[in-house]
Design a protein around this ligand. Structure first.
Ligand code: ADP
Length: 946
């Protein structure tokens, strides 16, 4: 901006000063700016103002004069010049700060040493149409100065101009200073406002904001209007306001605060990290804090992220199960360990501290290092990640790794590091190896298995593998079979069987023990047991078949079945034969024994008595033999059902001993019983079978003992809930049994030695029956014996134990053969056998009964219909109509009459269970043939009572 005098000098004041001077000196002076503008003028000549500067031509001449003067100005002096209008001008330049700002003119005068050419002026007036007189009058008023005077005037004006200049200059400088200050302030304000970092001015003490810049607003999210007037604490900009107080204290002590790391936050509470610089500044005479902060949040966050990521990587490095090792590659291409992670340390058994910074060949023996080094070099060569499996012989043993090497390049692009990641695949490899071995083993087993084994596709049955037995049994070579289907080979006798089998296999995943027929290569048909299973082979479902050739077994099984059938038939025939034999023998036995008993009631000579005794003993033996045979055959054919009834244990023992005691007495043997009080008495089971067993043992004991005693002992060996195990021991002091034959005596028809029957009688069936009965009852029978000392037979049997004592049931005292006390009876005897009719007649008529006989069932019914009978004795097996049918008809008739005649079955069916059978069929009693007279009488009495 050009300097203007008007702005530097008080112009009116100057005008006033110069007016006063003019009044005193009458020297016309003007000050004009470079554009010719008059700033100050005194005593200015009207010739100039009213004439020259009015007409364009003369005015132009004035301007030319001015221009000339301007061009020729002398800075230190003045310049004078006579203008073309004929008057002198004198000029002094006013130069302030090197700039020509105005010119002081001493205008329009004449020198006294020149002649004033009035004609020129007159002529000029005429030429430019000036009013001549006025013009000339004005001309005359133009001052005339001597050159002396002009110099003196200049002596005044030149310093005057200098004064003006100096005053102006002072003003210029002041203005400039002010401008500079303003500019600085503006610059500062702009810089402050637009600075790309947050800045604030605040009071020192409480930190009240006086000014904040835009970046401050932006970063803190706090508009200027909100911030100004509030304290830092109110705005909550510091994480810890004490930090600001520290900064102030530091500054107050004169210390500098530069790039101090601080933690602030924005209005929303987000953390801002910054490098803080502060200074105490003077504002309007007061001390304030100018603070600025370069934001390093991003850097911090990056640092934090970096740290976190480093931490993460370190954690991965430290905790991953993969083995990581770092290698530094030296300039000469060697490898130095730069670190092992813990997994690597563990896997290789070498500590990181022992290897870090050391060359591989210095750490690992050459022969071990050689392998890995090859890979390291290759990684360096290819300059890219490589992977390989390796086996290492380490201090920790032989290990297998799947290793990946990752080359890392530095800024210059050279590989200076390799990261190795190793997966310890030792277990996997060992498992694979074991698997391979086991596969080999199984393959060998597969091949060598003596049964046919084949693996084939399921749908077609195309063979994938067959074993040696396949080749041997079916006759197809392995190569011949593999790749062909079972159908193609014609192995199936019926392809329908295969389809059925595949259906089952698909449904159930397996087939077990299917019997089928296969054809060998030579056309022979095999009977085979076929099993198959769906197995997975290389991800495909396959059929594993196992075939056993059972052709031979089948044949022998068929033969065996035939043999068994034959044996069973024979056995059945034997049983039937025995039953028939027993029946057939019993019938005549009945009359023999009956007659013998009757004979016993007659007077006999001693000799006759002996014959009779012999007959009776033989009959008894024969009967016992028949009973035993029948019993054994029934047990063996499984036709025995056990009874389950309540009984008294002691009662059973008493009863059986009663029958045996007289035999013992006869031999002078004492029978001791031993049943401790704590053995329960009230049991449930089959008392008759128990008695049968014990009777046999006691009978044997008496039989085989000549002197001494017999012991019968019972104990309870075990009790669980209401079941108990009982042990019955029959001890004797008899002949004993040789140890080598002890096992033999339990078999049927076997005795300790051949002389036994001769000396002691017996059939060798008793113990066989006892053993089987004990078995049937869930118990056992054994013996301890020493020859010549005696034997102890022990039977262990289980029985249910009841709380209640039962009334002792048992055999009542046998009645004597006393005569019938009550009224004689009218009896119908139905019996086809004449001899037996006679026996019954004799026995019963002895007691005064009247007997009528019938030969068969039909006759019996008609006699029963015609006469009244108190009792019917009914044989079972008879011609025309048997006893069972006759009884049934009688009972039917009785339903109409409401009467009831007691009927007693007479039968050679000797088994105990037959009794119940008869009772169920309408009989009231049962007497087995051969009958004992006592038993017959007792049964008659019982039936009449009932
Ligand atoms: P049996 O007594 O009818 O011959 P058993 O089957 O009852 O048939 O007995 C078989 C054999 O066992 C007897 O013949 C005898 O040799 C032997 N025996 C059985 N009990 C005794 C005993 N208490 N003392 C010695 N020997 C015995």
């Amino acid at each position: 901006m050009p300097v203007k005098l008007t702005e530097l000098i008080d112009i009116p004041h100057l005008q006033m000063l110069m007016n006063r001077f003019y009044v005193l000196t009458a020297i016309p002076v003007g000050i004009l700016d470079p554009d010719g503008e008059i700033l100050v003028a005194t005593g200015w000549q009207e010739i100039c103002t009213q004439f020259h500067r009015v007409h364009p031509v003369t005015a132009e001449r004035c301007r030319q004069s001015d221009a000339y003067i301007k061009d020729h100005l002398n800075i230190d002096g003045f310049v004078d010049y006579k203008c073309r209008n004929g008057l002198w001008d004198l000029a002094v330049p006013i130069i302030i700060a090197g700039e020509h700002v105005a010119t002081l003119f001493l205008g329009q005068f004449f020198y006294d040493d020149e002649v004033i050419d009035e004609e020129f002026f007159r002529h000029q007036a005429l030429e430019f149409d000036f009013e001549v007189d006025g013009y000339l009058a004005a001309l005359r008023r133009v001052p005339i100065f001597s050159r002396e005077k002009v110099r003196k005037i200049m002596d005044f004006y030149i310093p005057f101009v200098k004064f003006v200049v100096s005053t102006g200059l002072a003003n210029v400088q002041r203005t400039e200073a002010e401008d500079a200050l303003r500019e600085t302030e503006e610059k500062f304000a702009t810089a402050f406002q637009t600075a790309p970092i947050p800045m604030a001015i605040s009071t020192l003490d409480e930190g009240r904001y006086l000014e904040v810049n835009e970046e401050f607003e932006l970063q803190h999210g706090c508009p200027r209007d909100e911030a100004v007037g509030k304290t830092a604490e109110e705005l909550n900009l510091w994480y810890d306001i004490r930090e600001r107080q520290e900064i102030i204290a530091q500054l107050t002590r004169g210390e500098t605060v530069r790039n101090r790391e601080v933690t602030l936050r924005d209005k929303d509470g987000r953390t801002l990290y910054g490098l803080y610089s502060g200074a105490i500044i003077d504002l309007h005479g007061e001390k304030h804090l100018l603070a600025l902060r370069s934001d390093i949040t991003a850097r911090k966050q990056t640092e934090e992220a970096l740290r976190a990521s480093e931490q993460r990587y370190r954690e991965i490095f430290n905790n991953t199960s993969e083995c990581i090792f770092l290698l530094d590659v030296t300039r000469d291409g060697r490898f130095k360990f730069a670190g092992f992670n813990p997994a690597e340390e563990k896997a290789v058994g070498i500590a990181n501290a022992d290897v870090c910074g050391r060359f591989i060949e210095d750490v690992i023996p050459e022969e071990i290092a050689e392998g890995p080094l090859v890979h390291f070099r290759r990684c360096l060569e290819v300059g890219a990640t490589i992977s390989y499996d390796e086996e290492l012989k380490l201090p920790a043993g032989r290990r297998y790794f799947q290793t990946t090497l990752i080359p890392m390049r530095n800024a210059a692009g050279h590989i200076d590091r390799i990261i190795g990641v190793g997966l310890d695949i030792t277990e996997r490899t060992q498992t694979e190896m074991a698997l391979r071995e086991s596969e080999e083993l199984f393959s060998r087993i597969f091949r060598a298995t003596p049964s046919i084994l084949a693996i084939s596709t399921i749908a077609e049955g195309r063979f994938l593998e067959v074993n040696d037995a396949f080749e041997e049994i079916l006759g197809y070579g392995r190569q011949e079979a593999i790749g062909r289907t079972s159908q193609e080979l014609g192995i199936w006798e019926s392809s329908a069987t295969r389809n059925r089998l595949i259906g089952t296999l698909r449904e159930q995943g397996k087939v077990r023990g299917l019997e089928l027929r296969l054809r060998t290569k030579s056309g022979r048909i095999l009977v085979a047991l076929f099993s198959a299973e769906v197995i997975e082979v290389n991800g495909e479902q396959r059929m594993l078949s196992l075939v056993n050739d059972i052709t031979e077994q089948k044949q022998s099984a068929a033969e065996l079945a035939l043999a068994k059938e034959a044996a069973e038939a024979a056995n059945r025939a034997k049983s039937e034969f025995l039953a028939n034999m027993s029946h057939e023998i019993r019938t005549p036995m009945n009359s023999i024994m009956g007659m013998a008993q009757l004979l016993d009631f007659t007077e006999l000579s001693t000799e006759q008595q002996q014959y009779l005794d012999s007959i009776q003993i033989s009959s008894d033996n024969l009967l016992a033999l028949i009973s035993d045979i029948l019993d054994l055959s029934k047990i063996e054919s499984g036709n025995v059902e056990l009874e389950r009834t309540e009984f008294s244990l002691r009662g059973v023992i008493d009863d059986l001993l009663k029958t045996q005691r007289c035999l013992a007495d006869a031999k002078g043997l004492n029978i001791r019983t031993e049943i401790p009080a704590d053995v329960p008495d009230n049991l449930t089971g089959d008392p008759l079978r128990l008695k049968q067993i014990l009777l046999n043992l006691v009978g044997n004991a008496i039989k085989f003992t000549a002197k001494g005693s017999i012991g019968v002992a019972v104990s309870m060996t075990e009790q669980q809930k209401d079941m108990a195990q009982f042990s019955f021991r029959v001890t004797d002091t008899g002949i004993g049994i040789k140890s080598e034959v002890v096992d033999k005596i339990f078999a049927p028809f076997s005795q300790a030695d051949a002389s036994t029957t001769r000396i002691f009688g017996g059939t060798g069936l008793g113990l066989a029956i006892c053993t089987r009965l004990a078995d049937l009852m869930g118990g056992s029978l054994d013996v301890e014996s020493s020859e010549g000392v005696g034997s102890t037979f022990r039977v262990g049997l289980p029985f249910a134990v009841n709380d209640l004592q039962v009334e002792r049931k048992g055999f009542k005292e046998k009645r004597s053969l006393s005569t019938w006390d009550d009224n004689p009876l009218r009896i119908l005897l139905v019996e086809d056998n004449k001899a037996n009719q006679d026996v019954f007649m004799i026995i019963l008529s002895r007691d005064g009964h009247t007997l009528e006989t019938a030969e068969n069932g039909r006759e019996a019914i008609s006699k029963w219909q015609q006469n009244h009978f108190d009792l019917i004795l009914m044989d079972i097996q008879m011609p025309v109509m048997d006893g069972i049918e006759a009884t049934r008809i009688i009972r039917v008739h009785e339903m109409e009459t409401d009467g009831h005649v007691p009927i007693i079955a007479l039968t050679a069916h000797a088994m105990r269970e037959d009794r119940q059978n008869f009772l169920n069929q309408g009989f009231d009693g049962y007497v087995s043939k051969p009958m004992k007279i006592v038993a017959l009488k007792e049964e008659i009495r019982r039936c009449l009572k009932g």
